[in-house]
Ligand binder design. Structure first.
Ligand code: GLA
Length: 383
């Protein structure tokens, strides 16, 4: 791409980040999650470039261009490139219809903040190419392919939640996803007078990827152990607290804690859905606090900055629930806060956070939106 400013796209794709109300680290355990896409996104501008197999992908944020030859796609040593290359690798495995294209990526999603800029990037590209080259792949298939791209090219053994939420969410709703059947239903959100406030710790401890993969392995170790007594068990989804209690005395205490958290969190997701359906917002909020406690003490994927923010909210009766979101070790907390108190609270908590850690907090409200969307550009100069 010689001159980015002259770039005239054929297609614009809007690829949202996501939040998760509840159901953390349950997706790769065949469990339930309750995320939604949000009004913060990555925008991808795409066009075919008439070449057979040369693609140019430019990111505005980094000011870098990646040129890829589709006949020779392989892993890179540069992290952001692997999100692109991983998706291309997945698409090329199922179709020969992708040809040369140019793409400009503009991100409005802070990286490492737990709102899934990576899934938005992968899914936005996969969705855009599906559209541009008429690949006829369904959104669910795209979500699975993007997850696999992250496994094989990026190296995070993530679950399906982020990709699914980014692609398939529905405005005004949370998405209850059963990660075993990969089937979803929408749960109408009637939160007013409360709104969704995200507080970004602006820390991203580099434990995230290694500890994430370790948690996955610990859950598997738990399942292997439980199966010795209950051979019908395939995943933690099949284990009740009662079954786990019977095995506790023989189990490694760390593995026991991890399993207990996952089983409890699955129960909390279903209870949270019930609370939303019954309009019991305070009960919904209490479950969010319960989720954070589990993530902090049993699953041990929180960090002092996240705990500080959640603890800070506990004494405020205008906040009904708060917890960390995403993989952990940094990123954002979600806060369900009365709309009349947002500004005042943000000032107060930002001050307290700065005093404690010397770091500026970022705060923003979000609303649930539709998953990935696109529009074609006709003879129009868009930059
Ligand atoms: C990351 C992963 C998801 C999920 C969350 C934790 O965001 O990408 O698949 O496991 O962590 O709930």
């Amino acid at each position: 791409m010689k001159n980015i400013l002259d770039f005239q796209p054929e297609l614009l794709v809007s690829s949202p980040g996501r939040i998760n109300f509840i159901g953390e680290h349950t997706d790769y355990n065949d469990g339930f999650v309750l995320p939604t896409a949000i009004d913060r996104k990555i925008v991808l501008k795409l066009r075919k470039n008439q070449s057979q197999h040369i693609c140019n992908i430019h990111t505005i944020e980094l000011g870098k261009t990646l040129t890829v030859d589709l006949t020779n796609v392989s892993k890179s040593s540069v992290e952001w490139e692997n999100y692109i290359l991983g998706v291309l690798n997945q698409l090329l495995a199922v179709t020969q219809k992708v040809q040369g294209f140019d793409c400009i990526i503009e991100s409005f999603l802070p990286v490492g903040s737990g709102i899934s800029s990576s899934a938005a990037l992968e899914c936005g590209l996969a969705y855009g190419l599906n559209e541009l080259f008429d690949l006829e792949l369904k959104k669910k298939q795209l979500a699975l392919m993007c997850r696999d791209a992250e496994h094989s090219y990026v190296g995070t053994k993530c679950g399906i939640m982020d990709q699914y939420a980014s692609l398939i969410s529905k405005k005004g709703n949370a998405l209850l996803l059963d990660c075993r059947s990969i089937e979803h239903e929408y749960v109408r959100l009637e939160l007013l007078p409360y709104k969704i406030l995200l507080l970004n710790t602006n820390v991203s401890h580099n434990l995230a990827t290694s500890e994430y993969n370790t948690r996955r392995a610990e859950c598997k170790q738990g399942v292997d152990f439980i199966r010795q007594t209950f051979p019908e068990v395939d995943s933690l989804r099949d284990v009740s607290l009662n079954m786990l209690e019977q095995l506790e005395k023989d189990m490694d205490p760390t593995i026991h804690k991890r399993c207990q958290y996952v089983i409890e969190e699955n129960n909390r997701v279903l209870n949270a859905v019930k609370a939303l359906e019954d309009g019991l917002l305070k009960s919904f909020g209490a479950l969010l606090y319960g989720s954070h406690d589990g993530l902090q003490n049993k699953y041990e994927v929180s960090c002092p900055e996240l705990d500080f923010l959640v603890d800070y909210s506990r004494s405020k009766d205008f906040i009904i629930g708060s917890r960390m979101i995403g993989g952990g070790f940094g990123g954002c907390t979600i806060n369900i806060i009365h709309q009349d108190f947002i500004d005042k609270y943000v000032l107060e908590v930002s001050d307290a956070y700065k005093n404690k850690y010397g770091i500026d907090l970022s705060a923003f409200t979000v609303v649930p939106v539709d998953g990935t969307t696109h529009k074609y550009v006709e003879n129009e100069r868009a930059v």
